[in-house]
Design a protein around this ligand. Structure first.
Ligand SMILES: Cc1ncc(COP(=O)(O)O)c(C=O)c1O
Length: 386
């Protein structure tokens, strides 16, 4: 059975399972240790937990297998994973990034890596021509989100792979919204998949985590060296929490996605809503590209209120959906990109992207869909148009 090619749901359910040589513990234990006794004059398999830890190794191997990558590294947050990635770059290198991007990734470049001489161009990566024309001879990396945060804009992975590999630069995909169960960018030619594991992978709004999955062993070794040198690795207990979360990812995602479809359709019909952004709606720009490269639309739904300036009244009226940043957990959360996740984007970029007061980003949870719809409906009624 073990030699058979297992489906991702089976791999996810068995992450870290059956690997305990000492007692046959089904769940991988939390190896809460910093250092390891040397078996003799030689070092053993493990030496120091910043470099490697058995709980982290079990999680990394399971995640790499789930994603179809050569190796994976685990970090103390999604941002720590992206920092490690940027450490592959040198002074004078150039990066092309999706302009509709998680605000923290923008800030990482603007406040930190720009100072160290890394140049960046932000383009609409849904248009491959814009990416091709932004690439220069110093471009080492194209960093995309598909679907993006917050507009769920779709970028064609195969087109990006063709452009980047022609130019000898890495293609990085932040796959946080999709997870390996809905989209596997490495199979479409990406070199790295990056995750905020804080979101769907861990899945319970109770642990910060990050991951980088690498296409080749050589890249994986470079990232592991950077992780060991810079030190932002995931602690054993947090590895265990993320491993536990991954075991239920398939069922959580199925339910969250089914809820999200119903909610997106409900919002699309609602008179207080101007526009819905959801890759599962046929009206969504990029719908067919997303369908070709992904196995489902996911559970993130963004929407634009007709009366954008009344966003606070709407958010205050919600009772089941919690106003909070973050996403991908069991509870439905609603965020306001304009004042929260994307507030640090330059004003001009926010205006061009359409990140204004009326844009809401909903992470759909595991609740009963009609309860969620009822809650959204009564809150929207407080600001109904006309
Ligand atoms: C798409 C995306 N990437 C990366 C991050 C950063 O992850 P973390 O908060 O785990 O550092 C986030 C956080 O919201 C995100 O939404």
């Amino acid at each position: 059975m073990r030699d058979k090619q297992l489906h991702p749901e089976s791999l996810a359910a068995h992450i870290g399972v059956g690997q305990d040589p000492a007692y046959g513990s089904v769940s991988t234990p939390i190896y809460q240790t910093v250092t390891y006794q040397h078996p003799g004059s030689e070092l053993g398999r493990y030496d120091y937990s910043r470099t490697e830890n058995p709980t982290r190794t079990a999680l990394a191997e399971g995640l790499a297998q789930l994603e179809g990558g050569a190796s994976a590294s685990l970090f103390s947050s999604g941002m720590a994973a992206i920092v490690a990635l940027f450490h592959l770059l040198s002074h004078g290198d150039h990066v092309v990034l999706t302009e509709d991007l998680y605000g923290g990734t923008y800030r990482l470049w603007a406040d930190i890596f720009q100072k160290f001489g890394i140049k960046a161009t932000f383009v609409n990566t849904s248009d491959p021509d814009q990416v091709a024309s932004a690439i220069r001879k110093e471009t080492r990396m194209v960093f995309i989100e598909t679907p993006s945060n917050p507009h769920l804009a779709v970028t064609d992975l195969a087109a990006m792979a063709a452009i980047t590999h022609d130019q000898d630069c890495w293609l990085v995909v932040d796959n946080t919204f999709m997870t390996p169960l809905r989209q596997r960018p490495l199979q479409h030619g990406a070199d790295f998949t990056v995750y905020s594991g804080t979101k769907y992978l861990a899945g319970h709004n109770d642990v910060l985590a990050g991951a980088l999955v690498c296409r080749s062993q050589a890249l994986g070794r470079q990232i592991a060296d950077i992780a060991n040198t810079t030190g932002g690795v995931l602690a054993p207990f947090d590895c265990w929490l993320m491993m536990r979360g991954l075991k239920t990812l398939a069922v959580r995602l199925d339910r969250q996605e089914a809820n999200a479809r119903q909610i997106a359709e409900f919002l699309a019909r609602h008179p207080a809503v101007d526009h819905v952004y959801y890759p599962g709606l046929t009206s969504h720009r990029g719908f067919s590209i997303h369908q070709e490269q992904a196995q489902g639309p996911g559970a993130m739904v963004s929407f634009q209120l007709w009366e954008g300036n009344r966003y606070a009244e709407f958010m205050d009226a919600l009772s089941l959906v919690l106003p909070a940043v973050s996403l991908g957990g069991t509870e439905s959360l609603i965020a306001h990109p304009f004042t929260e996740t994307h507030r640090e984007l330059p004003e001009e970029l926010r205006r061009r992207l359409g990140i204004g007061p009326g844009l809401m980003r909903l992470s759909v949870g595991l609740e009963h869909a009609p309860d969620l719809i009822e809650d959204l409906d009564q809150a929207l009624k407080t600001i109904r148009k006309g």
